[in-house]
Design a protein around this ligand. Structure first.
Ligand code: TNX
Length: 513
């Protein structure tokens, strides 16, 4: 008889199940090994996770059968987990590794008539890619700090380590900056839809933003803020009209507006539709670059992570030569601040700052020369983050009749499609070392609440996590759709306990507890 795979997502590098009876959890099991500050943090995480999973209380330590400790050696973020009848030992070279090991341990917990237990197992795990990201669009709809924290909890439990916040777009500017206060005063009050009750808009104060950065750090996630320029800037135009062109309503753009429905954008009025590409900053005015210096300077000062995302997508309203000139200067401004710029792949066409990381959002089979633009980042000496829209976009509908989501990227999509793509070789000439990592974006034109986020992101976010973390399929026989399908289905009870309202996709047989 072939036993089912253990319910682990993303799949660890090496899993060896033993024949032994496994580890029985008892109330009061002490999580020990607090030899370093990191170890203490890991212990706290473990207690928290075990409590959520089992409903048991671990408040009164009785013995020390669960141990978590730092052990030097091994790649960053890696960990080793040993579970047997007499105890559990989790070791890692860093705090992130202990954190990921704690999540693996939590996924392994299951119950029978006698109570909660862990199977006897030895796991040695380490990530494939160092950048494992999720993106949340807080511009099309604004999400309060508590919702973003909940998404950080969810993503980090699947071993994602970057949260890209799409902070600005035509429909709203979502972070307060002292250097340019009108951005939030005049550009943050609305969002897509425009209903004052369901789409009220909003913004993060600087204290909110710092709170998010700090919270993310406790879950080993780095915030990557994006200020999308030179397009997607209608909200900037509301605040500082002198910096922006009036809405560009070319026949091509009017087609886009018609396709998305709603009114055409109007100069001086908030935009609450879903069209893209009609707005542009003024390219030949030095005031624009003073603006970029202020905005990116202030953002850099409050962002400890290495990356600032400058956008650069869908600038349909900006002539190509102007776009190239603009992206070169925008990326240089960010590089001069000591940060690594990230730009959507369109910017590959420009002479951008050399270490600019490209983010590819074309299809898994590239069209329209998008692969050439992506390759340009690598030729420039940098690397790529891969977010193929037809596989990694969490805002694509999973079913035609889903009330949420869009379909433009070859939708409706499926969990199988979200799982079955391979970063290396997807774009001709892009090898393992050219890939910085993988990111799953969630655009929020149709998404308003945490419940909406859960329904769209889960379970496909787990597929993205496996593509980002786990070994390539060729290196591990368990890296198959059939195995993933079973493993992810077995996570249903854990997700339910954690309050995650996942979409019970019909492709998967969900385990019920
Ligand atoms: C494309 S792909 C966009 C966003 C939209 C998204 C909706 C990319 C870089 N930009 O402006 O929100 O499609 O799926």
């Amino acid at each position: 008889m072939v036993s089912p795979p253990l319910p682990l997502v993303p799949l660890p590098r090496a899993v060896r199940a033993s024949d032994g009876p496994g580890f029985r959890l008892a109330t009061g099991d002490l999580i020990a090994g607090a030899t370093t500050i990191d170890g203490t943090a890991a212990s706290r995480v473990l207690v928290e996770l075990l409590t959520i999973r089992t409903g048991m209380s671990f408040a009164t330590p009785l013995n020390a059968r669960i141990e978590a400790r730092i052990e030097r050696g091994g790649p960053p973020e890696s960990y080793a987990l040993h579970s047997a009848a007499d105890g559990i030992i989790l070791t890692a070279p860093d705090d992130a590794g202990l954190f990921y090991g704690a999540h693996t341990l939590t996924q392994l917990i299951t119950s029978d008539d006698e109570g909660w237990y862990l199977p006897a197992v030895d796991i040695a795990d380490a990530p494939r890619f160092s950048y494992r990201g999720v993106m949340l669009d807080v511009a099309r709809h604004f999400f309060p700090v508590e919702v973003v924290k909940a998404y950080i909890d969810r993503a980090s439990s699947l071993k994602f380590n970057h949260l890209h916040l799409h902070l600005t777009d035509d429909q709203g500017w979502r972070v307060h900056l002292e250097s340019r206060p009108r951005l939030t005063e005049a550009g943050s009050a609305t969002s897509v839809g425009g209903d004052p009750d369901s789409d009220p808009g909003g913004f993060y104060t600087k204290a909110d933003y710092r709170d998010l950065v700090a919270y993310a750090a406790t879950r080993h996630m780095t915030i990557v803020p994006e200020v999308d320029v030179p397009g997607h800037t209608h909200a900037v135009a509301l605040a500082y009209p002198e910096l922006a062109e009036p809405p560009v309503l070319s026949p091509e753009i009017l087609d886009v507006v018609r396709e998305y429905g709603g009114r055409a954008p109007t100069e001086g009025e908030p935009y609450t539709g879903m069209a893209v590409g009609f707005s542009s900053l003024k390219i030949h005015d030095e005031a624009t670059y003073d603006f970029l210096a202020d905005v990116f300077g202030e953002l850099a000062a409050m962002t400890p992570g290495p990356f600032l995302h400058v956008g650069g997508d869908e600038a349909l309203g900006t002539p190509a030569a102007d776009f190239a000139e603009f992206m070169a200067r925008a990326t240089e401004i960010v590089a001069d601040l000591g940060k690594t710029p990230i730009a959507w792949h369109e910017a590959g066409a420009a002479s951008i700052a050399i270490d600019t990381v490209g983010q590819y959002w074309g299809f898994t089979t590239p069209t329209d020369g998008m692969d050439a633009k992506a390759r340009a980042f690598v030729r420039n000496g940098s690397r790529l983050i891969l977010s193929p829209a037809d596989a990694a976009y969490l805002d694509m509908k999973e079913a035609e009749d889903s009330p949420l989501g869009l379909t433009w990227a070859n939708g409706p999509t499926s969990v199988q499609r979200a799982y079955s793509w391979e970063p290396v070789g997807m774009i001709d000439g892009i090898g393992e070392d050219d890939v910085l990592g993988v990111e799953a974006p969630l655009w929020t034109e149709t998404i308003r609440t945490l419940a909406d986020i859960d329904r769209m992101a889960f379970p496909r976010i787990a597929a993205a996590a496996e593509v980002a973390w786990s070994s390539a399929p060729a290196a591990n026989p368990e890296r198959t759709w059939a195995s993933f399908r079973e493993r992810v289905g077995a996570l249903g009870p854990l997700w339910t306990r954690a309050g995650i309202g996942f979409c019970a996709s019909r492709e998967i047989e969900w385990v019920r507890e």
